[in-house]
Design a protein around this ligand. Structure first.
Ligand code: KG4
Ligand code: ZN
Length: 336
């Protein structure tokens, strides 16, 4: 069978990335330019700056990606692009670029849901992985437990009712004085802290619910820090980071394990930026083993935003003939 080569573009937030993927599973190139250092100064992503930086960089990233793959324009079978969820202006940069390429080369345009991409990151790391399985998506914007029935076919079992888990990590990190994005800093600080130092609340919601709520623990950390300040007691940042992380990971693990047992799946995948969290990775593996479940998570480089994962998801759409017209619009709050 002829190889299918897809060039994928991702610009939904603060990474400009272009990748070339063979048969949905093999990375020929995956060039990522991250704007984190620019947004750090503002404590979070500034949408207008993100769009401008994407415009400045995309040509270069595209050229580099094509060169690294060793391929030519004529080798490409389709152009894939993230069309949501994300920042509208940022999405539009990648989409305009993708449309121009698809039109110029006379090949199909594949519209990819960013969350679908995070899930598909695992196909790049594990060539034999196939649905069905349970997925836990944990990123800066999303916290979902999903029953993955087939490629691109999902049933959402639970989602956050307020903050996304990455958002909670970032907000707590900010109050602890860490730069944006704070998740990795909390992860690092927690390694030197006592996870039993402070008993932050675990919010499980109604019995049997796979939904999440992280606003309670976020407020609880803020209240703790304020009360310590008022009492003039010095706070051990590492202990706060470790105790916060432990509470969040407890809830994530309990829900994802019970979801897989309920749906009778033997395999769990985790995806999204927070899937890079070392405690989540380690503890989920341990807990899953007790229940005879297998856990898959992408390498760190494929956890945070990248175009390779978009190319992997796009391959299964290509096979089903799910293409977009050139009037495709961005959908900033696109659901799965
Ligand atoms: O998937 P992603 O790159 O962007 C979105 O689509 O949102 O996720 C970014 C999120 C940020 O909130 C960041 O703090 C978090 O992932 N993150 C982590 C870690 N690495 C990244 N959170 C906890 N521990 C980490 N090691
Ligand atoms: Zn993402």
């Amino acid at each position: 069978m002829k190889d299918i080569i897809i060039l994928a573009i991702e610009t939904s937030c603060d990474e400009t990335s272009v990748a070339i993927i063979k048969n949905g599973r093999e990375i020929l190139s995956n060039v990522i330019y991250t704007q984190i250092d620019i947004h750090k100064k503002f404590g979070g992503v500034v949408p207008e700056i993100a769009s401008r930086k994407h415009i400045e960089k995309i040509d270069l990233i595209f050229a580099q990606s094509l060169e690294e793959s060793g391929l030519n324009f004529k080798d490409l079978d389709a152009i894939a692009v993230t069309y949501g969820p994300g920042l509208v202006g940022a999405l539009l940069v990648g989409m305009s670029y993708a449309k121009a390429l698809a039109f110029g080369l006379g090949i199909p345009l594949i519209p990819v849901n960013h969350i679908d991409g995070h899930i598909a990151a695992n196909y790049l790391a594990f060539p034999d992985l196939k649905p069905p399985y349970i997925a836990l998506i944990v990123s800066g914007g999303h916290t979902h437990i999903i029953d993955v029935l087939d490629y691109g076919e999902y049933k959402v079992l639970g989602r956050t009712r307020d903050d996304a888990v990455g958002e909670a990590f970032d907000k707590v990190a900010r109050t602890l004085g860490f730069p944006y994005p704070g998740g990795p800093y909390i992860d690092k600080a927690a390694k030197d802290g006592n996870k039993e130092a402070i008993n932050f609340p675990r919010t499980y919601l109604e019995k049997g619910s796979f939904d999440f709520s992280f606003s309670g623990i976020k407020s609880s950390v803020l209240n703790y820090l304020n009360s310590m300040k008022m009492k003039g007691i010095e706070v051990n940042t590492n202990d706060v980071a470790a105790s916060f992380q432990e509470a969040v990971v407890d809830v994530l693990i309990e829900k994802i394990i019970s979801a897989s047992l309920k749906m009778n799946h033997k395999e769990i995948i985790i995806a999204g930026g927070v899937a890079a969290n070392s405690s989540l990775r380690k503890r989920l593996k341990e807990e899953a083993k007790i229940h005879h479940l297998d856990v898959f998570y992408p390498p760190l480089s494929l956890c945070t935003d990248n175009a390779a994962m978009i190319g992997a998801a796009a391959y299964y759409q290509f096979k089903k003939g799910i293409f977009a017209n050139l009037d495709l619009n961005s959908v900033p709050n696109l659901k799965l």
